[in-house]
Design a protein around this ligand. Sequence first.
Ligand code: ZN
Length: 338
Amino acid sequence: MSTNLELEIKAKMTEFEGKLLSSKTLKEVLSLKDEYLKKYVKLLYSKLKDIKAAEEKKLFGKSVNDFKKHCEEKIDIALNKFNSIEKKSEYDVTVFKNNIKLGCGHPLIKFYKKIEKVLMGMGFSVVQGPEIELDKYNFEMLNIPSHHPARDMQDTFYVSSPNVLLRSHTSSVQIRTMEKISPPVQIISPGTVYRVDDIDPQHTPMFYQIEGLMVAEKISFSNLKAVLIRLLKEVFGEETGVRFRPTYYPYTEPSAAIDMSCTQCGGKGCRTCGYSGWITVLGSGMVHPNVLKVVGYDIEKYSGFAFGLGLNRLALLYYGLDEIRKFYENDISLWKQI
Ligand SMILES: [Zn+2]
């Protein structure tokens, strides 16, 4: 065999091994198989025909066969390796990363987080409580006597007996908290509440509420006003108008309903606000002395305020939606827009 051909096969072998070593995919290995085992070996066999000397022909044939065998072995190993890697990659989520449809946060949660951030910035901490509640925490200890209309079977879901119910507000958490700790108390209690109600564009039997409570020495109505005006302006914008109207709640005295200038018409009057320019968004008041007494607080020393808001209703105004049911329809395209 001529030295030139021998050197060429050696050089090809080195070149093949270098390329195989740097191959990163099954496709690249298959391409090497085509280049070296098919095309190049075919070329070598064609050269074999031109060699006349028997001994030289024999030696060259052996070199070609050695080259072919060596390449086949190396390629088989590489094919096995890449086959198993690419089979496993069917389960590698990053392979399809460009096709994944991303979800988004639920608008109620996003809106709640906005409110929570403002109130936590003012020193409130978040407290949770049970949704299945005892009558004493939901009504009795909140100065809601047995004859109060809110206790009527029409409004409240009772679970197993007149003493166990699905909480109709998260004020029950305020009582549970005050039972455990002494003033100062500064908490919000967010969560689901339940009231017997037909489902319509504005009502659902389960909705979300945030109640707030602050009890300490020298807490006055001014503190209540400052906190709630700040909250509404932070969430809805500095231009938002806020007004307080006297009202009645059994657990606060005095009590105030809080109206906010209409988010849809800016106070000019529209269908959303009943053409008044105002929308009632919060209930509030100074904690009734009976409520402080029942948890053992000294009413000569401590006073406090409480407030409650329906998250769903407020979120409707914030997002400019017309139906509370939209929050439960899982329309992700709508949620991504708002
Ligand atoms: Zn309006």
